[in-house]
Design a protein around this ligand. Structure first.
Ligand SMILES: NC(=O)c1ccc[n+]([C@@H]2O[C@H](COP(=O)([O-])OP(=O)(O)OC[C@H]3O[C@@H](n4cnc5c(N)ncnc54)[C@H](OP(=O)(O)O)[C@@H]3O)[C@@H](O)[C@H]2O)c1
Length: 362
């Protein structure tokens, strides 16, 4: 017998209520701030903005969380936070209305939003950074969003809304690091740190690229799961503090050709110690703390590259989607929460218990 959980039943009721609602009003999460206290996540009634000429109205079906969203929630994300910000950059849904001059999409199309709404391709000028969903501007934790048609990509047919919602930040970042900037080749060793969103999609991409992923984690149980996904070597960074030596050993002494550096200040020196000649470190995160020194002399001597990257463009996202479709890759979802349980999803994300991605279904 199939037994529905209490939250699943509540979620179904909520969904029915939402569908019965007109598209002029909705329930939306906002981060509300008063004084110097950290923002508070509140579910409020909000208007649905009808699309202008080049805009579409998207009924959001799933969103996912990134470490950044925890920083935003705590008021620790750089830059001023707009009042009553709708959080989260990552979401996927269905187009339910289009502006009169929209040409890229039609009603009924399945889409995901791009992280920087204005970054389509090429080099991003500074002003594009002010178009980041769920940070500089309102994000996706909302039943409906109204976005410019250029700020969306079609989602691959083999992915559910939940799976597609995991991609805009973590997925595009992993792709940018490994492919756009990293030019990973078959046979390359790829170092992934921890088993969060960027690293686990990075592991899945590395396997499909014919590369050899080496991954670290604080949990042996998570490392066993990573092996099942194709990691050729796994190292517990808690029980093996000198893990960079084990990484080197795993590569036969050569070192890794690629690193998705999400650890930051504490892990960067170890990542560089594990790097091969001609290798590439994608500077991505600061799980230990943002910062760290780049030893130019060593990088020069090894003909190695370190590149700072901030998610990626729509072109990166489209290339990622094509690759996922070709290789039938489904992103790893750890846990799915119902819309009314969004605060619990943030708490779960903050706990570090996750393996892959945390999703909220609407
Ligand atoms: N530059 C960009 O465009 C960009 C894009 C996305 C993310 N980021 C940044 O990249 C980092 C990862 O983001 P995410 O969303 O993938 O995070 P996440 O999903 O929250 O990943 C958290 C996991 O990372 C591991 N971890 C925590 N501290 C660690 C440490 N000191 N060393 C190694 N691993 C550690 C843990 O894995 P185990 O439990 O297995 O130990 C933890 O469960 C964050 O700092 C985020 O802000 C940057």
């Amino acid at each position: 017998m199939h037994v529905l959980s209490r939250s699943a039943v509540l979620g179904s009721f909520l969904l029915l209520a939402m569908n019965a609602q007109s598209q002029t009003s909705q329930r939306q999460y906002q981060l509300q701030k008063s004084g110097d206290a950290p923002p508070v996540l509140r579910l409020v009634d909000a208007a649905v903005r009808q699309p202008a000429e080049h805009e579409v109205l998207v009924r959001v079906h799933a969103v996912s969380l990134n470490r950044r969203d925890v920083y935003v929630m705590r008021g620790q994300y750089p830059g001023p936070m707009p009042p009553n910000l709708v959080p989260l950059s990552d979401g996927a849904g269905e187009i339910v209305a289009t502006g009169t001059k929209v040409t890229r999409f039609r009603k009924g199309d399945r889409v995901a939003a791009i992280f920087f709404q204005q970054w389509i391709d090429g080099r991003p000028p500074r002003e594009y950074m002010a178009s980041a969903l769920g940070g500089a501007i309102d994000g996706m934790l909302s039943q409906y969003v109204t976005l410019n048609e250029n700020g969306l990509v079609a989602i691959p047919g083999h992915l559910s809304y939940e799976e597609a919602a995991t991609l805009p930040c973590a997925g595009v970042t992993a792709w940018n690091g490994l492919v756009t900037r990293g030019h990973t080749r078959p046979g390359d060793f790829v170092l992934l740190q921890g088993t969060g969103g960027v690293s686990i999609l990075g592991l899945q991409l590395a396997v499909a690229l014919g590369a050899k992923p080496v991954i670290t984690s604080s949990s042996d149980e998570k490392l066993a799961r990573a092996r099942k996904l194709g990691a050729i070597a796994t190292i517990n960074y808690r029980t093996t503090p000198d893990w960079e030596k084990s990484v080197r050993e795993a590569t036969g002494g050569v070192g890794v050709q690629q690193v998705l550096e999400v650890g930051g200040k504490q892990t960067l020196p170890k990542s560089l110690a594990a790097l091969s000649f001609g290798g590439h470190v994608a500077l991505i995160g600061g799980l230990s703390e943002f910062g760290g020194e780049i030893p130019t002399y060593e990088l020069i001597g090894r003909n190695a590259t370190a590149s700072g990257l901030y998610v990626g463009s729509r072109a990166d996202f489209e290339a990622l989607n094509a690759f996922l479709e070709k290789h039938r890759i489904k992103p790893m979802i750890d846990k799915v929460f119902e819309y009314q349980d969004a605060p619990a999803a943030f708490a779960y994300m903050d706990s570090g218990a996750l393996f892959g991605k945390v999703v909220i279904r609407l």
